[in-house]
Design a binder for this molecule. Sequence first.
Ligand code: FAD
Length: 381
Amino acid sequence: KSFIVIGAGILGASTAYHLARAGARVTIIDREDTGRATDAAAGIICPWLTQRRNKPWYRLVKGGAAYYPELVKMLEADGEEETGYAKVGAMLLHTKEDVVDKMVKRAAERKPAAPEMGDVTRLTPEDVTARFPVLAEKYSGVFVSGGARVNGRLMRQALINGANKHGARFIKGDARIVYEETPPEKAAGAKVNGEMISADGVIVTAGAWAREVLEEAGVPFQVSFQKAQIVHLDLPDTETGSWPVVMPPGRLYLLTFEEGRVVVGATHEDDTGFDPRVTAGGVQEVLSSGLSVAPGLTEATLTETRVGFRPFTPNFLPVAGPVPGKEGLYAANGLGSSGLTSGPYLGAELARKVLAKETELNLDDYDIASAIEGLEDRPNS
Ligand code: FAD
C-alpha cells in the first residue's frame, strides 16, 4: 500500500515513520513553514499532574508519555541516536504548603494507573533550589521522576530519518490533494512542485495550516491556532543538562537542555493570524514572569525567541482518523499545547488505523467529524 503524508511536524513525521516501518510505501511532503509548532515547542513531557478532566485527552497524553521510551529504542535500533529525549524529572511548584499537599495527593492517586510517572517526592524550598539553582527560594513542590523533556526538532528529524531508512521519500514543497474524477470523493494522491504523485491514501497532518488544505477538498475543517512566543537563554559556564522541568503556578514553565540552554515559555495569543514576528510585548510577558520565578536568570544571555502556532480543534481535543465521505483521505490534528507529548503516539495509532490494524486507543473518541462543520453531532462525536 502507498501513502502520502502532507505536513511533517511531530505528528506527520511519526505517522510516516510508523507506516514506513510497517512496510508501506510513503511519500512525506512538508512546506517547512515558519511557525511550525514542533520547531518552537518547549518539550515538556509530564501529563500526569494536569487538572484537565477530559478523559480521552488524558488517555492520549498519558499513552504518549508512556510510549516515548519504546519509541526511542526503536529509533536507536534504526541508527537514530539523537532523539533529544531525556528523563530528567519534573517539578510542580507552589508557594502554599496546603496546595503542595494537594498536588502530592493527586500525583500519588494517579500513580497506580501510570507507573511510568516514577517516584513522587515532596520537596522543600531548599530541595527545589538544589535541583534548579536559579529559582527564587519561595517554592515547595512535588517531583515526579518519570517527567521528561524532548527536543522537538531532533525528535522530528530522527523520525523522518527513520522513515527514510525504511524507504520513505521526503519532498519539500506545497502539497495539494488530488481527487479522482469518478467518483469525485476519492483521494487519488497529491500534487507538489508540479509533480503528481498517486497513492492509495492521503494523510493530512498539516497542523495550523490544515484548514486550507482540506477546504480545497470541500471539507470545512474547524482547526484554528494560537500563537506562542518562547524565549531561549544561555547560562554561561553552567551544566544544565540534568536539571528537571519546572512548572510554577500559572501558565509559565522553564526547562533546560545541555550546555546552559534555558527555555522559558510561553505566550498564548489569539487572533494574530499567521504572524511569525517576535514582539516586544511577547518577550516582555515571558521574561517578566520568568525572572520573577527565576531571578537567577537575570544575567543570562538572551539568545533566541521562537514563534509557533499551536493547532486547536473546537473542543481542544485532538482528532485522528478517516475524513468522513472522502475515501482514502485521513487527517489528524488539534494537538494544542501538548502535542510533543501525544504526537508520536497518535501518529503510531493513526498508522495502525490506516493499515486496518487494531489500535490501542478507541479512535472513535477522537473522531474527525467532531471538528468538521455540520458533522459535529454525528453519533460518534
Ligand atoms: P506542526 O509542527 O505545526 O507541523 C505542521 C507541518 O505541516 C509544518 O511543517 C507545515 O509546514 C506543514 N504543512 C502545512 N501545510 C502544508 C502543505 N499544504 N504542504 C506541505 N506541508 C504543509 N507540547 C508538549 O507536549 N510539550 C511542550 O512543552 C510543548 N510546548 C510548546 C511550546 C510552544 C511555544 C508551542 C508553539 C507548542 C508547544 N507544544 C508542546 C505543542 C506542540 O508543539 C504541538 O502540539 C505539536 O508540535 C503540533 O504538531 P503538528 O505536527 O500537528 O504541527
